[in-house]
Design a protein around this ligand. Structure first.
Ligand SMILES: Cc1cc2nc3c(=O)[nH]c(=O)nc-3n(C[C@H](O)[C@H](O)[C@H](O)COP(=O)(O)O)c2cc1C
Length: 189
């Protein structure tokens, strides 16, 4: 294990190396449902919270993941990068920002395209589809301010499993946050 290994520096490097393919900016976010079963979905990485190693995603407060994270904020990101053939599995605690006073939430809204913003005005996600209720963007919508359905999720990592498939032998590093210090160990792939 190289003494100066940092999963955060490694992940930033990996993101840069894989930027040319849009699909590499999606990861899977697993949560725990109220009956204890796993719940998993693809989401878009929206960058790091400035000055931290926390990951940002945006979501609809009416989607299942939000009540699931309110009940149990522990979640896991699984992120595969196709060019460098690396996987990061990141266990984190999620914080949900849905209040109008959150500056970070407002900034995340600003960065969304109009098309992405309009989705937060769609009918309740997961309910039976009603053709009377339009999913199209309504030109009368006020897209300047985020609606109550818009939430920013901040995922604060506490354990990271980084697997590099390229090369022989493969490299697998586990980093665990212990009393604010990251401890790294190489494990068998
Ligand atoms: C490529 C891709 C990117 C997606 N990005 C997001 C996202 O950033 N935020 C989000 O809430 N849902 C996103 N979705 C939709 C989710 O996968 C999921 O269908 C939705 O959030 C409802 O999930 P839930 O009911 O389990 O919370 C994305 C789906 C795909 C296929």
């Amino acid at each position: 294990m190289s003494a100066d290994y940092s999963w955060y520096a490694a992940l930033r490097h990996t993101i840069r190396k894989n930027k040319r393919t849009r699909e590499n900016s999606y990861f899977h976010l697993a949560t725990v449902a109220s009956d204890g079963s796993p719940s998993n979905r693809a989401v878009v990485f929206r960058g790091f919270l400035p000055g931290t190693d926390s990951l940002k995603i945006v979501t609809d407060t009416r989607s299942k993941k939000v009540p699931e994270l309110q009940d149990n904020p522990v979640c896991e990101v699984s992120w595969y990068f196709s060019h460098t053939r690396e996987q990061y599995r990141i266990k984190a605690r999620a914080e949900i920002f849905k209040q109008a006073t959150s500056l970070e939430r407002a900034e995340s809204w600003e960065k969304l395209s109009e098309q992405a913003r309009a989705q937060f005005f769609w009918p309740m996600p997961g309910k039976v589809y009603d053709p009377q209720q339009s999913l199209e963007q309504d030109s009368d919508l006020d897209l300047k301010q985020p609606p109550a359905s818009f939430a920013l999720l901040i995922l604060e990592p506490f354990s990271v499993d980084h697997l590099q498939l390229k090369g022989s032998p493969q490299i697998r590093r586990v980093s665990v946050l212990e009393n604010t210090v990251w401890k790294n160990v190489d494990v068998n792939p």
